[in-house]
Write a protein that binds this ligand. Sequence first.
Ligand code: PLP
Length: 401
Amino acid sequence: MPKLHFKKPFTQQEAIPEAAKKRVMELLDSGRLHRYNTVGDEWSDAALLEQSFAQYQGRKYCLACTSGGYGLHIALRAMGLQAGDEVLTNAYTLAPVPGAIFAAGGKPVLVEIGEDYHLDLADLEAKAKSSNAKILLLSLMRGHIPNMEKLMTLCNKLGLQVLEDCAHTMGGAWEGKKSGNFGQVAAFSLQTYKHLNTGEGGLVVTDDAMIAARLIMHSGSYMLYERHGAAPKPEVFENIRLTSANMSGRMDNIRAAIGLSQMPRLDANCARWNSRYAILHNTIAAVAGLDIPLRDDRESFVGSSLQFRPTSLSLAQIPAFIEACAAQGVELKWFGDDKPKAFTSRYDSWHYIDPMPHLPNTLKALEKTLDLRVPLTFNDEDCYLIGAVIEQVMGEFMVSA
Ligand SMILES: *Cc1c(COP(=O)(O)O)cnc(C)c1O
């Protein structure tokens, strides 16, 4: 059989909706790009995005800011983190997560994950007890949502506040409750490969008025907090407005308009991701030697990426397998690589974490984990072809073994 070839790029996003183009031109004509540059009682686009997302998420308060990582950073501060405090977080996550803890003056305490990519609750309990951490920064890395009821019950028992990193779970849920509505606070990323694409950006949600007020002050409100779209009443700011430092990280109106234009199609897009994911999942899971961990029926995930393991290959064969797939046009990332590469890095490459723990279960779970991005610019046929390429390459490795 001749070698199959996939030709589309894995990094191409869909066009931004027409509505955004029109609005961006209006903003450019007006010159009012800054979120506080409003006339009369009009809402800025940034405020409208906050209102729209608070409503979508079903949370009282929402802050739009410059990035997901920045949102996590100021959320930690707003939740009361003090310099030198330890913060529990998943060892399997993206660099902005430990970076946010570091930026807030905290110390990351990395918690093991299991084969299913979920946080290891026994290790969480042990590390909660052996550290002084009062916050768990729960990273729902690559959209894997664990049993949130069990996790929250344990965190309540341990007296931990939870900050959810929902960069990959916007639109996802556990047993019908939206991801991001379990912890005290949740942060979302609008970075270009996430579920809303504004290039860069972040949204932070909470139902806690005091935390919301602090978030707004930290984001750099110049005391113009009354112009926020989903904010607590002005009285709430009275006690904290002079003690919450300005760490400028505001959302601007152009990016907000771009985000706002995508809100009406967010749920439909999540369904489109899932139909592509289903094709890839079913093709890859059917190949001998390839393994995809089972997911719980109660998890409503958004399949914007897929993780699988070539379990029957040796570790030494993995780079050649990735190269062979790349030669046929299929781009895979490798979470087991000991060198950090585009968008993947293993915890042991964050050298500012001191002392660096040894986490054998996490290393084991990641050593053969490959990562496939699922852009919406791929159609069903593309997904079948990608699956067929992976199957073909795997077949050759099995024959030569
Ligand atoms: C993208 C991402 C973030 C936030 O990233 P920013 O680039 O700061 O918006 C946080 N956590 C995970 C797991 C991510 O993938």
